[in-house]
Design a protein around this ligand. Structure first.
Ligand code: ATP
Length: 376
């Protein structure tokens, strides 16, 4: 988990005692304002173009290749079902906790997606949003509206959601190898090899270029190592679409928005201007590429002054083989060719250009990484 911040102060939970749900679904370009008497059911009906998928006669977890569905096709779970699937949110099922709530492991029947015995059916991850948080509600809503429509091998799959009174939950496919951030943090863990790192970053690049390539460009806005989840075979999948939003309309170059993101990954141009475009994601990608090379986190206050911000510290070392050697992760020494590392570092440097126009597109970044993989 990183240190998340938003340019606009969050609403305090006391305000939430009086139901007021601010416009949250900026992915649809529309802001919703509800009166204080609006009921949850009315909001539900007005905001979601969700089609409930009936899983009873579906093949297990259908998965198609890279498409954006017209409607989110999600199962609507009851709170009781998710309570049962997680053993009443038992502490030994806890996978982790982010800024907006806890994530639990659970099992569902692979055909009907109803609760199953631990160890049987399919594993899923259930995120339970903290009650009473306006920002949490907005994130939950964006996940349903954006992620619910996406189907791509490098984007984590959302299977369904639950909105039961004040309880907001999401059900995702389970990613057994956790996040890339976890592998950066876990000192006792077997370090990821160079080849695995390359596989992870290429998978993440595929996911991000899929989001950017769509006609209605999706800006992820919070690209970081804790949002790259890893499946059993270390295939990377992008997760956490709570801050995602639509890119600029035809003829426009950017979208003006409040500044949100995570310290260490935030595009300086976006931070200064409040204007975001897909190139902000490219900047975040450059930071993750640096993490891959150095094995260091984007921002770490436990490092000596001058080294805490990975970009600032490593940038002067990215264009020469000799200097790069001094910052490369010692745990992967001997696994890569110096030429390959230099090419990756130079790609990172381009992604980290201060002027977003100078940064490559994700398509170009992906091509660059695939060439590195092919040549070495
Ligand atoms: N689909 C999943 N499968 C397995 N583990 C998951 C899944 N989704 C989340 N997790 C784990 O749950 C923990 C919390 O995830 P969450 O997305 O809530 O927060 P985060 O990304 O770590 O932090 P934040 O979003 O607040 O910056 C993380 O450790 C993550 O690895």
């Amino acid at each position: 988990m990183g240190l998340c911040f938003s340019g606009v102060q969050s609403l305090h939970s006391s305000r939430l005692n009086r139901p007021h749900y601010p416009g949250a679904s900026d992915i649809h370009g529309s802001n919703f304002e509800f009166s204080e008497t609006t009921t949850a059911t009315e909001i539900r009906k007005s905001q979601f173009n969700v089609r409930e998928t009936i899983y009873s006669d579906c093949s297990p977890l259908p998965f198609s290749h890279g498409q954006i569905l017209k409607w989110p096709e999600l199962k609507v779970f009851s709170f009781e079902e998710l309570k049962s699937a997680t053993g009443n949110f038992k502490s030994d099922r806890l996978l982790g906790e982010g800024g907006f709530g806890r994530v639990y492991k659970a099992w569902l029947d692979e055909n009907t997606l109803t609760p199953a015995k631990p160890g049987s059916g399919v594993e899923v991850a259930i995120k339970m949003f903290k009650p009473g948080g306006t920002q949490g509600f907005a994130q939950w809503q964006s996940e349903v509206n954006v992620l619910g429509k996406l189907s791509h091998p490098n984007v984590v799959r959302l299977l369904g959601y639950c909105w039961d009174e004040d309880q907001f939950l999401l059900v995702y496919e389970f990613m057994p190898n956790g996040s890339f951030y976890y592998h950066l943090s876990e000192r006792n863990h077997e370090p990821l090899s160079w080849n695995t790192r390359l596989k992870i970053i290429i998978g993440a690049a595929r996911g991000l270029s899929f989001l950017h390539a769509n006609e209605n460009k999706i800006i992820f806005r919070d690209f970081k190592s804790s949002n790259i989840l890893l499946d059993r075979n270390y295939n990377a999948k992008i997760a956490d679409f709570g801050l995602a939003r639509l890119g600029p309309s035809e003829g426009e170059s950017h979208v003006s928005t409040k500044v949100v993101g995570t310290l260490g990954y935030l595009d300086p141009e976006y931070y200064l201007t409040g204007q975001v475009n897909v190139k902000s994601d490219v900047y975040g990608f450059g930071v993750v590429l640096l993490e891959i090379l150095t094995g260091m986190k984007a921002h770490d206050t436990r490092r000596p002054t001058g080294q805490q911000n990975l970009v600032r510290w490593s940038k002067p070392c990215l264009s020469s083989e000799k200097k790069l050697k001094t910052i490369m992760d010692g745990k992967i020494e001997g696994q890569y060719s110096p030429k390959a590392a230099l090419q990756a570092a130079q790609l990172a440097l381009k992604c980290l250009e201060d002027d977003s126009n100078q940064r490559p597109s994700m398509k170009e970044v992906l091509e660059g990484l695939e060439a590195i993989e092919d040549n070495h």
